[in-house]
Ligand binder design. Structure first.
Ligand SMILES: [Zn+2]
Length: 138
């Protein structure tokens, strides 16, 4: 019997702009940028507001709850390190922004558009924790 080592999962590479987001994820805190001028929430991390072009954005806590806006089930992963099937979803986060993530802890065929979800943390390395989502507990 041959045991083949799977390649490591690819992980995000934080940039100076996104580092505060990833640092908060390590603490199991979901954060989002908020424009100090127009008040809109900005995700993915940027160096200016995409709505009013103000360059003063602040990091604020996010609810970590939301609903599935859209999703797909992946059966053919980009690398063999991903175990299939898994769900990739756009989450409408309460407060007014969207995040691309995974929906876990539920069979893929039970994920539905509009499903209430909450953030759950996947500590994948010492420096990267991924925010994922699971069906909201009552
Ligand atoms: Zn703005």
């Amino acid at each position: 019997m041959t045991i083949e080592a799977k390649p490591q999962l690819p992980v995000p590479h934080p940039t100076p702009i996104s580092q505060p987001f990833w640092d908060a994820c390590l603490r199991h805190e979901l954060t989002v940028q908020k424009c100090t001028s127009c008040g809109k929430l900005i995700f993915i991390p940027q160096d200016f507001c995409r709505y009013c072009f103000t360059e003063t954005l602040e990091w604020v806590p996010s609810s970590g709850t939301g609903k599935v806006y859209s999703y797909t089930t992946v059966w053919r992963p980009q690398t063999p390190s991903f175990e299939v099937p898994y769900v990739v979803a756009i989450i409408d986060i309460d407060g007014g922004y969207q995040m691309l993530s995974n929906v876990i802890n539920v069979p893929p065929d039970q994920v539905k558009v509009g499903m209430a979800v909450e953030v759950v943390w996947d500590d994948v390395t010492d420096t990267i924790t991924l925010p994922k989502f699971q069906p909201r507990q009552a």
